[in-house]
Design a binder for this molecule. Sequence first.
Ligand code: KIV
Ligand code: ZN
Length: 553
Amino acid sequence: MSDSTAQSSTSGPRAKDPGRVLIFDTTLRDGEQSPGASLNLEEKLTIAQQLSRLGVDIIEAGFPFASPGDFEAVQRIARSVGSQDGPTICGLARAARADIKACAEAIAPAARSRIHTFIATSDIHLRHKLRKSRKEVLEIVPEMVAYACSFCADVEFSCEDAGRSDPEFLYPVIEAAIAAGATTINIPDTVGYTTPAEFGALIAAIDANVPSIDQAVISVHGHNDLGLAVANFLEAVKNGARQLECTINGIGERAGNAALEELVMAMHVRRQYFNLFLGRPLECPDPLTAIRTEEIHKTSRLVSNLTGMSVQPNKAIVGANAFAHESGIHQDGVLKNRLTYEIMDARTVGLMDNRISLGKLSGRRAFRSRLEALGYNLSNEDLNAAFARFKELADRKRDITDRDLEAIVSDQSQQVEATFSLELVQVSCGTNMHPTATVTLRNIDGEDHTAAAIGTGPVDAVCQALNHLAAVPNELVEFSVKSVTAGIDSMGEVSIRLRHGGRLYSGYGADTDVVVASAKAFVSALNRLVATTRAAGLNPQQAEDCLEAGRGV
Ligand code: KIV
Ligand code: ZN
């Protein structure tokens, strides 16, 4: 990027310039659209609370019109996380009255709330999806933005598929949205099609060609189909974007969204480089975002545990190997001076802070206060259950670390809203015998049912016995075990994904016994499957499909 571009994007007073880069987290909306990542209400609340501790500016909590479950989740998050000094709570709405009204109601309890409304602007979407002309879209935009503004002063408007839209059409659409009251204009690369130079140029062109653009914050949203989302966003920042829509671990529709942790750390590590583009002096020490970077790792683990979407080991910033040095030459260099092969300190993202916190003799009060320090505020009932789990673990494991506590809380939040609860698991296996499992499941009416099965291994035997009892057809498509901490007495974490009716359902379980952890993970995935089928909750894409098919949602 030439210096002249840096100059043009920062010159002149901008009424709406936040002076830094706002982080808009959409893990609970776009992230939850990842196949198999659906979350229950308690899990959404837990993640929203952690996002607030992480310091995101805006939480997109869901799509209220999509289903009663989504509506309730957004409303609960607005009520309990949207405090005066907390993040803005945002809901998504198509550019349609019923969507906008539902969204306004759901976000109303938050001290600071936002309606995010969108309509497609690319010719491909207009012709094949909306079946509307440019003229019609240009009429809908100001009408719906003004309608949203009648409920909420903070309105974001998105031109869906902006990355493939004709800029000459985008300019008047954006101008109309701003005139009708939109305070943030979002430019999504919905299908992850653009390259960094193109995306940067699009933002610069919008900045230059929309006369009222200084009345709004320019935001970007993008998918990772070509692996370019983060690079595209950084180029957008250089050209005037001041809000980034991203998700933890980059989860989201198809190849996912831009990863929050990568964006934030790129701007943290390369602050001097980005300072100039924000019109700051080169050496300005102020952070470019409000993110508390030490919370990054914890947030990543929480999202991975609750969504069942494992993080690949070589993933930047949060992967298990992100700070590991394997080759002798690198190890030698790092021992001599860390700067030889490290561009950031693992502690900056909260990685090394895995203190031994509690032991067998620790009481309930110490347990509660450590959980609170870790950011978990459990209800009395949940605290009692978690404390019982902790005591059980402390009998088997000498030192309990913060990671163990996180695993207990994640495991427990999977039990909420359960149709089935696991009451007993017994396996016998070894050389020269058939692995056999006996399991007891309690159903929603409190009745216990027991079954036994033989499998190819102990986990297979357990899953077969559970399947026999639950009687919900499914296919196990993913199974991963990892240890929470080092050491032979460590807890094992199991993530499972089941496929049913073309959809994926994930489950998580933690225990010092990996067979028990597997059984818990399997039951939590079954519970999700049953709950989703029952509620028939729809995500935005499905709602869209219903709309196109002429059905209501
Ligand atoms: O990808 C997309 O275009 C979206 C919009 C709703 C912002 O998710
Ligand atoms: Zn998206």
